[in-house]
Write a protein of this length. Sequence first.
Lengths: 346, 321
Amino acid sequence: MGITFRKETFRDDYTFRNSPEHVRRFPFPFNEDAYMYAVNIEPHVVGPKGSVLENLIDVDEHYVAEMQDRALVLAEDPLRCQSLPHMTLAGWDLLELLMEQQALGYPEHFTLSRDGDRWRWINRPLGIDDTFTFGDTSTLPYGPMEYITRQSQGDFCILDQRDGNLWMDAGMVTTQADWSLDFDIGMNFFEWHAPVPLAHEKGIFTRALKFLTNIQQGKPARRLNWTMTINPRLDTSPENYHKWGPDRATVTPENVGQKVHLRVELQSFWRLPRSNGIVFPIRCYLIKMDELVTQPKWARRLHRVIRDLPEELATYKGLTRYRPTLVEWLSKLDDGSPTSPGFGPD
Amino acid sequence: MSTGTTKLDVVVSDVVPVNELVTRFHFRRRDGELLPTFSGGAHVVVEMRDGDRTRLNPYSLMGSPLDTREYTISVRRDDVGRGGSLFMHRQVEPGLDMVISYPVNLFSLDLRARKHLMLAGGIGITPFMAQTAQLAGAGGNFELHYTCRTASLGTYADVLQQRYGNRVRLYHDDREERIDLERLLSSQPLGTHLYVCGPAGMINWVRDRAAALGWPPETVHFEHFAAPQPGAPFDVTLAVSGKTIRVGSQQSLLEAIEAAGVDPPYLCRGGVCGQCETNVISCDGKFIHNDHWLSEEDHRSGCKIMPCVSRFEGKSLVLER
């Protein structure tokens, strides 16, 4: 039994929806009724069946539609995918990781067979069957990173590790929450995090860097991050701000449930074996308010989190304009009763 | 979050004497699967069950990263050391089941380099065995200068010369051959990165000369795992776990902490990676710092210690463990 892939769009008519099963597996990011930054990093190990952690690289019902949306973004703007010259080896590392993980988790959809460096990759949902030589870029239609990330949900940053720092030296970034690979390429960990408020004062980045540079092979880690997006648009990039920024002024009490989406990023961190780099997949999950509030615990908790969010964070996440409308709408679903501990629905 | 790395169950598949001091050990996975891929410069920590004592020593992987059917390490016998190398030489035989860590790389190639200039001294040749194999496979530009005491102690010199011809230069101490470091470092093309692995004196000499000649620090890479030095026994109180322990003369502080059932994180066990850094709560005595991790200021302050390689002499020491 495989996944039934939805036909849907993340632009124009926005037909994106979550099936009821996918609503229940949504990675709701709040385990209490308030939110503040923390170094919320934990080992990336397999989680419960039916959750987004059932496999370490998650493939879901949006896979085919997301890959089509990525192809559209790249056709308009090829700079969303960049790899500095010394990062090709890391690209092969990533290709191996994603092929192995997808074939392991979803054998009905993906098959990888290897005979020495002669590899065959079958991707049934996208109708791909390619044979190539591992390590020989001329045997693939794209560079190794671009090839495999056109077939993998989520954005991918590949970080080179040197001089005790991490450097954003390659990536495929088309489903981002308002940041730009083209702007950040070549920057180090502190440079690309410079715009984040409050966290510097808390010394969070110094500690996080120390942790990340010590990530070991075979021991990936993960964390959740979140923001909100108006309309189910994957590509909320600075380059396309003129297309999505004004949407934030369109939220009304009548359309909150359909327009406002919680956007959760499952970020994971993996040591790459040949290049000694780190890959940082940023997997984006969207859920519209109407879907989210089918789980009463999530409705109550989200109301309290958004209502009490510090102003700097609300500004950084771009919520300022529609926050009052959203809080008012959510307040009607919050009877004040306590919420159970943990992330999951009741 | 993690104590060390994931472990691998291996079997010793071969033991090969290389010369009068060095023996090579081959490991395969017990389940017959391939070992994890690694990058040139990586090491593994080998667990040695020596009676009721467990030793954990790091050794560079020296095989080709392109071939993960087996891992190989080379161990130089140290007759006056703490016994790890003697255990490997005397007690490890083909067929023995052992446990090693996943590979960890604290001496990685900088893949931006236009050229890799490598300087090895003695057994410091081992990480370069893997790095040269990795670069040769990828058509990389490297040059290796290798200093050894005598031709017969030039471990793998013959193999390297056979593989790479005049990209490898040998220097024998007994023939009074010396690297002309000044000239070597002054005549490199822009974009060259320098790597050095060998005795502490050699590393310091190369780093000092490179700095004096204006090499940017980020282009100079070195690996020096300090082996823990023996010393006088001392007592330590572990405040968090509420234990008082004695560190034996042949034991490291980290080993004594582990023997008491407390498991600080570690990766290199050689004073380099920083994982086991421990806060000092109080002390009356003097520290013998042997690490390359803490700053001089940290050393002077007496507030921190790296228990993998450093020791203490005095009346009392209380650590936050």
